[in-house]
Ligand binder design. Structure first.
Ligand SMILES: [Mg+2]
Length: 178
């Protein structure tokens, strides 16, 4: 299923990691109908996919919202797994979200060193990933939330400011795994 040439596996949040939450247009039920990408995020996600990285969406929210946004930007085909809290029944930092992504990709405990989790939320994404035993990458592009850790386990393993910085980081981590 993963079938990629790369060892590194990328789990990614969507809101304020790929999509600029400030641009979301929702319907009366709270479903996001459309939204814009963070500058550089679409290009970086496509580039990672084209380079052969396995990418799983690990996102809190409604399934329809993510399908609308990813279809809008032509990003739906880049995801090897869609793990969405509405379907899982729990939000990050629940380990169920990360376990579901591993299961969907056919990964086992031994694969955890190959996985990084990109996100903007220190509790949902950083704490969630760190507790689960995978490496965390904080994207601090958005100023909607504080990046101040509340616990030692909220501290990211890596920190980037723009989506473009993710590609060279992935290539460096891939080289370390090889
Ligand atoms: Mg987010």
């Amino acid at each position: 299923m993963t079938g990629s040439e790369k060892k590194l596996i990328i789990f990614t949040d969507i809101g304020d990691t790929i999509i600029d939450e400030g641009t979301e247009i929702r319907d009366e039920h709270g479903i996001v109908l459309r939204a814009e990408c963070i500058p550089g995020a679409r290009e970086t996600t496509l580039r990672l996919h084209e380079a052969g990285y396995t990418i799983a969406m690990v996102a809190d929210g409604r399934s329809a919202s993510f399908h609308h946004m990813m279809d809008q930007h032509g990003l739906s085909p880049v995801f090897d797994a869609w793990i969405i809290s509405e379907e899982v029944g729990e939000d990050k930092p629940s380990p169920k979200m990360f376990e579901s992504a591993m299961k969907a990709l056919g990964l086992t405990e031994a694969d955890k060193p190959r996985i990084i989790m990109i996100g903007n939320n220190v509790i949902r994404d950083m704490r969630g990933a760190n507790r689960f035993g995978i490496r965390s990458v904080l994207l601090d592009w958005s100023d909607r939330r504080s990046f101040e850790p509340q616990l030692p386990e909220d501290v990211p393993a890596y920190r980037i400011h723009t989506p473009e910085e993710l590609f060279p980081l992935a290539e460096r981590l891939e080289a370390e795994l090889s």
